[in-house]
Write a protein that binds this ligand. Sequence first.
Ligand code: 4LM
Length: 416
Amino acid sequence: MRNNKNQKSQWQPATMTIHGGKQPDQHGALVAPLYQTATFAFNTTAEGSARFAGEESGYIYSRLGNPTTNELEARVAQLEGFPAGAACATGMGAVSAAMLAFLQQGDHVVVADAIYGCSFALFSHLFKKFGIEVEFVDMTDAENVRGAMRDNTKMVFIETPANPHLKIIDIAAVAAIAHERQARVIVDNTFMTPLLQQPRKQGADLVIHSATKFLNGHGDVVAGLICGSAEDIEMIKSTTLKDMGATMSPHDAWLILRGLKTLDVRMERHCQNAVKVAEYLVQQPFVRDVYFPGLPDHPAQRLMGTQMHGSGAVIAFELHGDSQDAQRLLDYLELITIAVSLGDAETLIQHPASMTHSPYSAEARARAGISETLIRIAVGLEAADDIINDLAQAFAKTFVIDNTKEQQQGETVSYG
Ligand code: 4LM
């Protein structure tokens, strides 16, 4: 058997996604075996007891650990530059397990104001119910975080680029402020992946992912991951994951291991396609604003090359018109699928105000700038021209056929 290859930290990310953290197999299997088992047999009662007591290493039960999920944890943690990882049933399972392991009644958390809708619901409803206070602030100005910090602030939660309209937060600036008060900084890195952003380098203590998205990349799994120090991950695994139980199934871990191998090539194509789609969208007369980190005037450019190493593939755009125009535009699409989620081979489009961000109250949505005419497109891996042509025909049907709209707009519109 050849040596374990997971020590080559000098490998580039493209190589790491294929070989990093790979465990040697007794039969020499090229691909990580799938240990599709709920439980593990003990040779003797003494062996079982010793494993439960932590006196002997070895597997016990798949909620507590499984070789396939452990391999995925090691591989994603390596990509993120952390010593350890924990696999979770969903991205929301990762957010809640990572935070609740370190929080208790009376604690205070500072959270970015625009985040995924269910994270918002978790913080604004469920946390409140358990006596954890949450303050939402616009972290695009790190000084707002300083203003929100209190003696009982235990965690600062960041999403950057943020869902849905790609607001950018300077992780290093926020982390410096949080660490002055010994608060843990947790970054949701779902939109970037570790190939485009490694928040640990900017001071994050924990990084979480909805692995449902780019990490898996094939739209057939819901899953989450947490990366952190060995102590923090042990704390999460032995409390919120073990006892609340939102752990990942070995089969899902196996599918994500398969997806990871192509992460680098997929991200390259995702980013290239997204740039083309964003460049098309900025030319459209009925598009008022395009939010995309790859555009030259996007605030992300200030952090390109330091915090971020690519644009990602999620674009949000604001239409002239009203929510019905937004709805009609989506309904006219033929290739692009109306669906929530992102990071799949298929280009997906959705209406945040009525879909992913419907858990926000109307006032909270308005405060976070999530309007009725905002549309989010998660650019997939199809030929960019086909994606653009589909948008073009849908724009034409939505706006040109409706002469009244055209007159209101007062311009001649050409869709190319
Ligand atoms: C969506 N997002 O936006 P699970 N963190 C971020 C996310 O975007 C999501 C989660 C966590 C969408 C799902 C419907 C930044 C999810 C939660 O769905 O629990 O794996 O991830 O379309």
